[in-house]
Design a protein around this ligand. Structure first.
Ligand SMILES: NC(=O)c1ccc[n+]([C@@H]2O[C@H](COP(=O)([O-])OP(=O)(O)OC[C@H]3O[C@@H](n4cnc5c(N)ncnc54)[C@H](OP(=O)(O)O)[C@@H]3O)[C@@H](O)[C@H]2O)c1
Length: 314
């Protein structure tokens, strides 16, 4: 990829896509295409074909997806599976037809089995049943990875496949339908603090363990892999460090100055018990994250407080 290449980023209006777009622009890429969903609805096959035939990107970052937390996934498994698969099929087909040089398909650590040995190595894919709460989304991501592999084998088209852990940070969603665990916790505790509430009730038991990567580091890893990889194998992307949801909640509550009680609603699901990635492949390639969890959470708290003060929280 050189600074003059035509680069397409899908999902550039979202958290990860906007961070990748900003990074490429900072690195001096001058021909970055970042269409909104209105300009390029990936579920619309004709629109995708038309856009690719006119714009002819050489490199495609497939970052757009229907994304959400446990509640959204449980409410609409059909949408999470079918919309995501449809977007992927349309884009892979057009990349082959219009002969892109290289693509990147962004996966997710939820592709690994529910009872996966920890830390999760890339070869554990499909070694057991998936976590049921987001099975539709995970299946769609697995289809994307397999398509990447098959297009490479059958047609020689390379699609780099990073598998990130939980990502958080700038431009994350704070509304309860779409937010993920870290942004949801930040909102809960900041709001409880502002309103002087005596307690906060959280979903599950708090025992689930998760790994978090700041979106600025995620974007760095994505561009790093796109520039260096020439195969369609999976590469885990994370910090290699995990924390329980309970510890994370306690840490955020302390950082925002919440003094009330934390209660756990055991009737609600925890999701996968543990999700920690083996990042040896990424580390051996020479990548390491820069923003630690403490600094990233502090930044997220400040961003949420600023958005709230500006009346920009739905
Ligand atoms: N967040 C995480 O913790 C995490 C972890 C691992 C992997 N990932 C992956 O990272 C990627 C981006 O996630 P994110 O957290 O940045 O989510 P996000 O903020 O919700 O961004 C998703 C983007 O995809 C776009 N999109 C959805 N459906 C589309 C369609 N039919 N046509 C065109 N664009 C469409 C959205 O457009 P609208 O704004 O119009 O809806 C939005 O710009 C996803 O592939 C996700 O699987 C995320």
């Amino acid at each position: 990829m050189d600074r003059n290449s035509i680069v397409l980023i899908t999902g550039a209006g979202g958290m990860v896509g906007s961070a990748v777009r900003d990074l490429l622009c900072r690195c001096g890429y001058e021909r970055v295409l970042a269409p909104s969903r209105k300009e390029l609805d990936l579920c619309d096959r004709e629109m995708v074909d038309g856009y690719m035939s006119v714009n002819r990107p050489e490199y495609v970052f497939m970052i757009a997806a229907k994304v959400g937390g446990i509640a959204a996934n449980q409410a609409d498994p059909v949408g999470f599976l079918s919309e995501n698969v449809r977007m992927q099929l349309n884009l892979f087909e057009a990349c082959l037809k219009y002969k892109t040089r290289k693509n990147l398909f962004l996966g997710s650590s939820c592709i690994y089995p529910r009872e996966c040995p920890q830390p999760m190595k890339e070869e554990y894919l499909l070694a057991g049943p998936l976590e049921s709460t987001n099975e539709g989304y995970a299946l769609a991501k697995i289809v994307g990875l397999k398509l990447a592999r098959y297009y490479h084998r059958q047609y020689g088209m390379v699609t780099v496949c990073p598998m990130p852990c939980n990502i958080y940070g700038t431009n994350d969603h704070f509304d309860f339908q779409r937010s993920h665990v870290l942004s949801a916790l930040v909102r809960r505790f900041v709001d409880a603090c502002d309103e002087g509430r005596p307690d906060v009730t959280l979903w599950g038991t708090g025992a689930a363990r998760r790994e978090f990567l700041h979106v600025i580091d995620a974007a760095e890893a994505i561009v790093f892999l796109m520039e260096r990889c020439d195969d369609s194998d999976i590469v885990n992307v994370g910090t290699g460090e995990e924390i329980s949801v309970r510890e994370l909640a306690e840490r955020i509550s302390r950082m925002v100055g919440f003094r009330g009680d934390i209660r756990w609603d055991h009737g609600k699901p925890d999701g996968m018990p543990r999700k920690c990635l083996d990042i040896a492949r990424l580390s051996n390639a020479g990548f390491r994250h820069k923003i630690n969890l403490e600094a990233g959470v502090q930044r997220t708290i400040e961003e949420y407080r600023r958005l709230k003060a500006e009346g920009r929280i739905p």
